[in-house]
Ligand binder design. Structure first.
Ligand code: FES
Length: 262
């Protein structure tokens, strides 16, 4: 693959024909493993992602063609899992669990610390293309909460010190998990399709992810108050978020000044 330069750093120039040539032997091996070749879909998508660094539309189309599976099935499978990156991303994909056990064990602080250190929020990439950050659902590592994955490898028992260490090691190129190949420079926001803005309506147009209403508003209380101050009625907003709906109810019955109890 040829190389280009972005932010002073070499980024391999995208060449899908070269990617395909590299993946093909593994794809054929995978298809031969199963009585029904379509069963090889997930490992085949991983094989493309391992080479390209992300799961491109061309890779999904090619996987569908090889497995005789409609593209809609490939795309709906890939979009179900946070294991697949459907946009170019940073060399380190940091996926922090935001589910119950982790939150009971300090994940709110961990997520806020990551956002503070990296200066990006959920589903964003740092401007130098090094780190992508995402808050994901349960990683099935609840016994070592708070947990995360770095390029799909587990990291457990997160603390601010541990986060400092791993970010420093990644920047220095000494981290134990290898960086992903980078065949395209990622955009700052890597929302895909229906993901756009849906996970937190208050997360848009906020100056910093940890500001009230940003992705770092863990309780949602600031978000509710922000929406309450908005000229648009909460009920009219296209959201199904339980917290917002319940917040609207609480505001209706709030005494006098409309403040919500924290
Ligand atoms: S809740 Fe975080 S890994 Fe299960």
């Amino acid at each position: 693959m040829a190389e280009g330069r972005v932010a002073g750093r070499a980024v391999a120039e995208r060449d899908f024909a070269a990617v395909l040539a590299q993946v093909k032997p593994e794809a054929e091996r995978l298809m031969a493993l199963y009585p029904e070749k379509r069963s090889a879909l997930l490992p085949m998508l991983h094989a493309f992602q391992n080479v390209e660094g992300w799961l491109s539309p061309e890779a999904m189309a090619e996987a569908g063609r090889m497995l005789s599976v409609p593209l809609s099935v490939v795309e709906s499978t890939a979009s179900f899992y946070t294991l697949f990156f459907r946009r170019p991303i940073g060399r380190y994909m940091l996926q922090v669990c935001r589910n119950l056990s982790c939150r009971m064990n300090g994940a709110d602080d961990v997520m806020a610390y990551f956002r503070e250190r990296l200066g990006v929020g959920h589903l964003q990439t740092t401007d130098d293309g090094t780190f992508s950050y995402e808050e994901v659902e349960c990683l099935a590592a609840c016994d070592r909460a708070p947990s995360m994955q770095v390029n799909l490898e587990f990291v457990y028992d997160l603390t601010p010190e541990k986060i400092d260490e791993l970010i420093a090691a990644m920047k220095a190129g000494t981290y134990e998990v290898a960086p992903l190949p980078q065949t395209a420079m990622p955009a700052r926001d890597w929302h895909v399709g229906q993901d756009t803005g849906r996970k937190s309506p208050g997360g848009q147009d906020v100056s910093h992810p940890n500001a009230p209403g940003g992705m770092g508003d863990p309780s949602g209380i600031d978000l509710i108050e922000r929406l309450a101050r908005s000229p648009y009625p909460i009920e009219a907003r296209p959201t199904q978020e339980r917290l917002v709906r319940e917040g609207a109810e609480r505001l209706k019955h709030a005494p006098h000044n409309g403040e919500v109890e924290h």
